[in-house]
Design a protein around this ligand. Structure first.
Ligand SMILES: [Zn+2]
Length: 270
């Protein structure tokens, strides 16, 4: 018996179910599904998807986490300034372990400075995340998506005020196209499917209303809160813990649609 209920809004009404297969399109079966969370910062995944992680693992779905930055600007105490990346790494592993996730990878782009690593360019000495002699977030995402082969990808909403969140959102969507195409063959075999992409809210509201809801019980909420509280160094997180607790055991997501240019859409305008 599942402790979760999932909801998907459709034009014709709302689907309610115990199972992810009923709300996620093109479900390949639990053993073939692989949900990848691509986040700017280590704590985003737990804040935005701490319940979804539990639900996916309960159904036997593989869950992986890709953390884009090194968290080096996230210090709240001056004495932690030089070691904050290491501290946060330990906290992340602890938090993800509470939720049951074993697979997390850091790309180590500089925190608060992702905009200088948009795209792909030949690497010079000292550059982060060098793959195929190149650096850049699209370089890294394309490589990782081809390697990990996710069926679904969750990303914090692009409407967030945080610059790293905006960059990660845009770079991820671009990279999904790279990963499914033939460009940059040295970054791996292209995926022969387009993974479904979902926005999750972390700090700001969605730009458009979410269409998927996950509801858990109090135990699932407490587990998510325990995982958030693993980030002891992030003293500002206390506010978020309170709001997460007050909002209850619920998360919302929005199915992203790729609006590829179709001139026919505008034919009636003139
Ligand atoms: Zn963040």
């Amino acid at each position: 018996m599942s402790n979760f209920k999932v909801f998907r809004k459709k034009d014709t009404g709302t689907i309610v179910s115990d199972n992810l297969k009923d709300i996620f399109l093109n479900w390949k079966g639990s053993e073939s599904e692989h949900i990848l969370f691509v986040v700017p910062h280590d704590d985003d995944v737990i804040i935005g998807g701490g319940l979804m992680i539990q639900k996916a693992l309960e159904e036997g779905v593989k869950v992986s986490v890709l953390i884009t930055t090194d968290g080096s600007m996230g210090y709240c105490l001056e004495e932690q300034r030089d070691f904050i990346s290491d501290i946060r790494r330990e906290e992340t592993i602890k938090g993800l372990n509470i939720l049951g996730v074993e697979s997390a990878k850091w790309l180590n782009f500089p925190d608060c400075n992702t905009s200088n690593f948009i795209g792909r360019r030949p690497a010079v000495s000292g550059d982060p995340c060098v793959i195929d002699n190149c650096t850049g977030i699209e370089n890294a995402y394309t490589y990782q998506i081809r390697k990990l082969k996710p069926t679904r990808i969750f990303v914090p909403a692009g409407s967030d005020l945080n610059m790293d969140h905006k960059v990660v959102y845009d770079e991820l969507l671009m990279s999904i196209f790279h990963a499914t195409g033939t460009i940059w063959p040295n970054l791996g075999e292209p995926l022969n499917w387009l993974p479904a992409v979902y926005e999750m809210a972390v700090y700001c509201d969605f730009e458009k209303d979410p269409n998927i809801k996950l509801e858990g019980d109090d135990k699932a909420l407490q587990k998510k809160l325990d995982a958030i509280l693993a980030f002891e160094s992030q003293t500002q997180i206390a506010v978020l813990v309170d709001s997460t607790r007050n909002n209850g055991s619920v998360e919302y997501y929005r199915d992203l649609e790729f609006n590829l240019y179709n001139p026919g859409r505008y034919s009636n305008l003139f």
